[in-house]
Design a protein. Sequence first.
Length: 127
Amino acid sequence: MVQEEKIIKQHDSGRNPFQMPDGYFENFTDRLMARIAEEEKKEPERVVAKTISMTPWRKMMRYAAAVVVVAGCLGGGALLYNRLQTADSLLVADAMDFTWDDETLDDALDYEMVDSKQIAYYLTEAY
């Protein structure tokens, strides 16, 4: 950074590169007010908007695209709703499938070597 500053100082002659014409601010207010008065006298230019008419085919394509988007949103919402509903019914069906009879439960507990103290421990609030 120091080297860059040295290069800038070598090329700088010490004078201000920005200069103002002599007497610029002497009648500045009068000139400014005269320009404002001229601008107010001028009528603004009228800009005429160009009208582009769409062909019937393009209009139909625009409506068709809107119908496809709406149908996609409605169809997706219906599928999501059905998916959420079937998930709840599957949980109920799964719970009904996993009902244990006493003999099967005893066999499973014997296989896992779980005694009555462990069962009591798991059923209390200590777990």
